[in-house]
Design a protein around this ligand. Structure first.
Ligand SMILES: [Fe+2]
Length: 156
């Protein structure tokens, strides 16, 4: 018989059962929870808070073609986002590396991030896009960066 270390098994209601991707995909599928909030803003990416608890925030975002975030991180937060419709392109920058890793995400696809993860998200497609974002902890901070071609992301 093996001794199972404490805190390494999934139990009903444990955090493992509520991975941020699972939360994001569940909210994405529950259109009644956010469809009434959705707008498109011609001046900037649209954001609306769907849900806030002590542990996490869930945001809805509406992206017209060409709209994008700047290059940023979410400080010490972890989280995930899921594309509901359209195509979003995520560019991930890493310190000490040149260039960025680029991921094109279609409806149903998700990305996960953790502390220090630096990325930019844009709607590079021809159609509007919708996405659901989960942040832990609630009220996350953001850091902003510029991309140095030799050393990677640098705080601004
Ligand atoms: Fe982000």
């Amino acid at each position: 018989m093996f001794a199972v270390p404490a805190g390494t098994t999934a139990t009903p209601g444990s955090l493992l059962g509520a991975h941020p991707v699972r939360v994001a995909t569940a909210v994405a599928a529950d259109r009644a929870a956010w469809a009434h909030l959705l707008r498109y803003d011609p001046d900037q990416r649209f954001t609306a808070l769907v849900e806030r608890t002590a542990e996490q925030e869930v945001w809805l975002m509406g992206w017209l073609p060409g709209q994008a975030t700047d290059l940023h991180d979410h400080a010490g937060s972890t989280g995930a986002f899921t594309v509901v419709s359209g195509v979003l392109t995520e560019s991930v920058a890493r310190t000490g590396r040149t260039g960025e890793a680029v991921h094109a995400l279609v409806a149903g696809q998700s990305r996960v991030f953790g502390p220090g993860y630096v990325h930019q998200v844009r709607n590079a497609g021809p159609d509007p896009a919708v996405s659901i974002h989960v942040y832990r902890a609630a009220r996350p901070e953001m850091g902003h960066y510029r991309l140095d071609p030799l050393t990677g992301p640098q705080p601004v």
